[in-house]
Design a protein around this ligand. Structure first.
Ligand code: URA
Length: 209
Protein backbone atom coordinates (compact mmCIF):
# COMPACT_ATOMS: atom_id res chain seq x y z
CA UNK A 1 0.00 0.00 0.00
CA UNK A 2 1.66 3.18 -1.08
CA UNK A 3 1.96 6.07 1.35
CA UNK A 4 1.18 3.77 4.30
CA UNK A 5 4.07 3.23 6.72
CA UNK A 6 3.56 0.16 8.88
CA UNK A 7 5.73 0.47 11.97
CA UNK A 8 6.45 -3.17 12.70
CA UNK A 9 9.28 -2.75 15.20
CA UNK A 10 9.08 -5.56 17.80
CA UNK A 11 8.75 -3.11 20.69
CA UNK A 12 5.82 -1.40 18.98
CA UNK A 13 4.08 -4.70 18.20
CA UNK A 14 4.65 -6.03 21.73
CA UNK A 15 3.13 -2.98 23.39
CA UNK A 16 0.22 -2.88 20.96
CA UNK A 17 -0.65 -6.51 21.74
CA UNK A 18 -0.69 -5.75 25.47
CA UNK A 19 -2.95 -2.75 24.87
CA UNK A 20 -5.46 -4.75 22.85
CA UNK A 21 -6.20 -7.11 25.75
CA UNK A 22 -9.60 -6.34 27.22
CA UNK A 23 -8.30 -6.80 30.76
CA UNK A 24 -5.55 -4.16 30.39
CA UNK A 25 -6.23 -1.56 33.10
CA UNK A 26 -6.72 2.12 32.27
CA UNK A 27 -3.39 2.79 33.90
CA UNK A 28 -1.46 0.26 31.85
CA UNK A 29 -3.33 1.13 28.63
CA UNK A 30 -2.37 4.78 29.04
CA UNK A 31 1.24 3.98 29.92
CA UNK A 32 1.61 1.65 26.94
CA UNK A 33 0.06 4.23 24.61
CA UNK A 34 2.51 6.80 25.88
CA UNK A 35 5.45 4.47 25.24
CA UNK A 36 4.11 3.49 21.84
CA UNK A 37 3.66 7.11 20.82
CA UNK A 38 7.26 7.82 21.75
CA UNK A 39 8.47 4.92 19.61
CA UNK A 40 6.28 5.94 16.69
CA UNK A 41 7.61 9.49 16.92
CA UNK A 42 11.03 8.17 15.89
CA UNK A 43 9.60 6.85 12.64
CA UNK A 44 7.38 9.76 11.78
CA UNK A 45 10.10 12.37 12.39
CA UNK A 46 12.76 10.42 10.50
CA UNK A 47 12.81 12.84 7.56
CA UNK A 48 12.43 16.07 9.51
CA UNK A 49 14.49 18.92 8.08
CA UNK A 50 17.78 19.55 9.88
CA UNK A 51 20.04 22.51 10.07
CA UNK A 52 23.79 22.66 10.67
CA UNK A 53 25.02 24.72 13.61
CA UNK A 54 28.46 25.42 14.98
CA UNK A 55 29.16 24.21 18.52
CA UNK A 56 32.11 24.07 20.93
CA UNK A 57 33.01 20.69 22.36
CA UNK A 58 35.41 20.74 25.33
CA UNK A 59 38.19 20.19 22.75
CA UNK A 60 37.38 22.17 19.62
CA UNK A 61 34.84 23.86 17.41
CA UNK A 62 32.74 21.59 15.23
CA UNK A 63 29.43 21.50 13.47
CA UNK A 64 26.38 19.39 14.25
CA UNK A 65 22.86 18.81 12.98
CA UNK A 66 19.80 19.93 14.91
CA UNK A 67 16.10 19.98 14.24
CA UNK A 68 13.94 23.03 14.76
CA UNK A 69 11.27 21.44 16.94
CA UNK A 70 9.26 24.67 17.02
CA UNK A 71 8.49 24.21 13.32
CA UNK A 72 6.64 21.00 14.11
CA UNK A 73 2.99 20.93 15.19
CA UNK A 74 1.31 17.90 16.67
CA UNK A 75 -2.40 18.18 15.96
CA UNK A 76 -4.52 16.08 18.26
CA UNK A 77 -7.98 15.00 17.18
CA UNK A 78 -9.89 15.26 20.46
CA UNK A 79 -10.22 13.49 22.62
CA UNK A 80 -8.37 10.24 21.97
CA UNK A 81 -5.55 12.00 20.10
CA UNK A 82 -4.46 13.50 23.41
CA UNK A 83 -3.40 10.03 24.51
CA UNK A 84 -0.64 10.15 21.89
CA UNK A 85 0.53 13.70 22.54
CA UNK A 86 2.58 13.17 25.69
CA UNK A 87 4.78 10.47 24.17
CA UNK A 88 5.36 12.52 21.03
CA UNK A 89 6.18 15.64 23.05
CA UNK A 90 8.70 13.76 25.17
CA UNK A 91 10.76 13.26 21.99
CA UNK A 92 10.16 16.73 20.48
CA UNK A 93 9.49 18.93 23.54
CA UNK A 94 9.65 22.18 21.56
CA UNK A 95 6.84 21.19 19.20
CA UNK A 96 3.67 23.24 19.10
CA UNK A 97 0.28 21.62 19.64
CA UNK A 98 -3.02 22.17 17.86
CA UNK A 99 -6.39 20.66 18.72
CA UNK A 100 -9.33 19.71 16.56
CA UNK A 101 -12.53 18.73 18.30
CA UNK A 102 -14.60 16.30 16.27
CA UNK A 103 -17.19 13.84 17.39
CA UNK A 104 -18.73 11.00 15.45
CA UNK A 105 -22.43 11.33 14.89
CA UNK A 106 -23.51 7.90 16.17
CA UNK A 107 -26.14 7.48 13.46
CA UNK A 108 -24.34 8.70 10.34
CA UNK A 109 -20.77 8.13 11.66
CA UNK A 110 -19.84 11.47 10.04
CA UNK A 111 -17.50 13.90 11.81
CA UNK A 112 -18.92 17.05 13.39
CA UNK A 113 -16.44 19.83 14.34
CA UNK A 114 -16.81 21.61 17.70
CA UNK A 115 -13.29 23.00 18.29
CA UNK A 116 -10.34 24.16 16.17
CA UNK A 117 -7.28 25.88 17.62
CA UNK A 118 -3.89 26.02 15.87
CA UNK A 119 -0.61 27.82 16.50
CA UNK A 120 0.14 30.92 14.40
CA UNK A 121 2.10 30.91 11.12
CA UNK A 122 0.95 27.44 10.13
CA UNK A 123 2.27 27.91 6.58
CA UNK A 124 5.81 27.62 8.04
CA UNK A 125 5.11 24.44 9.98
CA UNK A 126 5.07 20.69 9.39
CA UNK A 127 2.01 19.04 10.89
CA UNK A 128 1.66 15.56 12.38
CA UNK A 129 -2.00 14.73 13.02
CA UNK A 130 -2.53 12.15 15.76
CA UNK A 131 -5.54 9.95 16.48
CA UNK A 132 -5.24 6.38 17.79
CA UNK A 133 -7.83 4.90 15.41
CA UNK A 134 -8.23 5.42 11.65
CA UNK A 135 -11.55 3.59 11.37
CA UNK A 136 -14.16 4.98 8.93
CA UNK A 137 -11.67 7.74 8.15
CA UNK A 138 -14.35 10.42 8.57
CA UNK A 139 -12.67 12.29 11.45
CA UNK A 140 -9.22 12.07 9.91
CA UNK A 141 -10.51 13.29 6.54
CA UNK A 142 -12.42 16.18 8.15
CA UNK A 143 -9.37 17.15 10.23
CA UNK A 144 -7.06 17.18 7.21
CA UNK A 145 -9.68 19.05 5.13
CA UNK A 146 -9.66 21.81 7.77
CA UNK A 147 -5.89 21.87 8.06
CA UNK A 148 -5.46 22.18 4.31
CA UNK A 149 -7.61 25.34 4.43
CA UNK A 150 -4.82 27.00 6.44
CA UNK A 151 -2.04 25.48 4.35
CA UNK A 152 0.74 24.05 6.54
CA UNK A 153 4.05 23.09 4.87
CA UNK A 154 3.29 19.39 5.14
CA UNK A 155 0.86 16.98 6.81
CA UNK A 156 1.35 13.42 8.08
CA UNK A 157 -1.20 11.27 9.86
CA UNK A 158 -0.30 8.94 12.74
CA UNK A 159 -2.57 6.29 14.25
CA UNK A 160 -2.08 3.13 16.25
CA UNK A 161 -4.55 1.04 14.32
CA UNK A 162 -6.32 1.20 11.04
CA UNK A 163 -8.17 -1.11 8.64
CA UNK A 164 -8.53 -1.43 4.85
CA UNK A 165 -11.75 0.64 4.82
CA UNK A 166 -10.15 3.52 6.74
CA UNK A 167 -7.08 3.56 4.55
CA UNK A 168 -9.13 3.49 1.35
CA UNK A 169 -11.39 6.36 2.45
CA UNK A 170 -8.52 8.48 3.72
CA UNK A 171 -6.36 7.93 0.66
CA UNK A 172 -9.25 8.72 -1.67
CA UNK A 173 -9.65 12.10 0.04
CA UNK A 174 -5.98 12.81 0.78
CA UNK A 175 -3.64 10.69 -1.34
CA UNK A 176 -0.80 13.14 -0.61
CA UNK A 177 -0.89 12.59 3.18
CA UNK A 178 1.19 9.65 4.42
CA UNK A 179 -0.31 7.36 7.07
CA UNK A 180 1.89 5.96 9.85
CA UNK A 181 0.35 3.06 11.75
CA UNK A 182 1.36 0.18 14.02
CA UNK A 183 -1.22 -2.23 12.53
CA UNK A 184 -3.72 -2.71 9.72
CA UNK A 185 -6.54 -4.78 11.21
CA UNK A 186 -9.04 -6.96 9.40
CA UNK A 187 -12.18 -4.82 9.00
CA UNK A 188 -14.72 -2.37 10.36
CA UNK A 189 -17.87 -3.61 12.02
CA UNK A 190 -21.33 -2.11 11.37
CA UNK A 191 -20.81 0.39 14.23
CA UNK A 192 -17.58 1.72 12.77
CA UNK A 193 -15.29 -0.14 15.18
CA UNK A 194 -12.11 -1.81 14.04
CA UNK A 195 -11.89 -5.62 14.32
CA UNK A 196 -10.11 -7.12 16.15
CA UNK A 197 -9.10 -3.62 17.31
CA UNK A 198 -8.82 -2.52 20.90
CA UNK A 199 -12.29 -1.14 21.59
CA UNK A 200 -13.05 2.54 22.12
CA UNK A 201 -9.66 4.21 22.40
CA UNK A 202 -11.00 7.32 24.19
CA UNK A 203 -12.84 5.28 26.79
CA UNK A 204 -9.82 3.08 27.39
CA UNK A 205 -7.43 6.04 27.75
CA UNK A 206 -9.65 8.05 30.04
CA UNK A 207 -11.40 5.20 31.87
CA UNK A 208 -14.85 6.42 30.90
CA UNK A 209 -16.56 3.11 30.41
N1 URA B 1 -12.71 4.59 17.39
C1 URA B 1 -12.32 3.81 18.41
O1 URA B 1 -12.03 4.30 19.49
N2 URA B 1 -12.25 2.47 18.20
C2 URA B 1 -12.54 1.90 17.02
O2 URA B 1 -12.43 0.68 16.88
C3 URA B 1 -12.94 2.74 15.96
C4 URA B 1 -13.04 4.08 16.18
Amino acid sequence: MSNVHLIDHPLVQHKLTLMRRKDASTNSFRRLLNELALLMAYEVTRDMPMQTIEIETPLETTTGQVIDGKKLVFVSILRAGNGILEGMLSVVPGARVGHIGLYRDPKTLTAVEYYFKMPTAMHERDVIVVDPMLATGNSAIAAVDRLKEIGPKSIKFVCLLTCPEGIAAFQKAHPDVPIYTAAIDRQLNEHGYILPGLGDAGDRIFGTQ
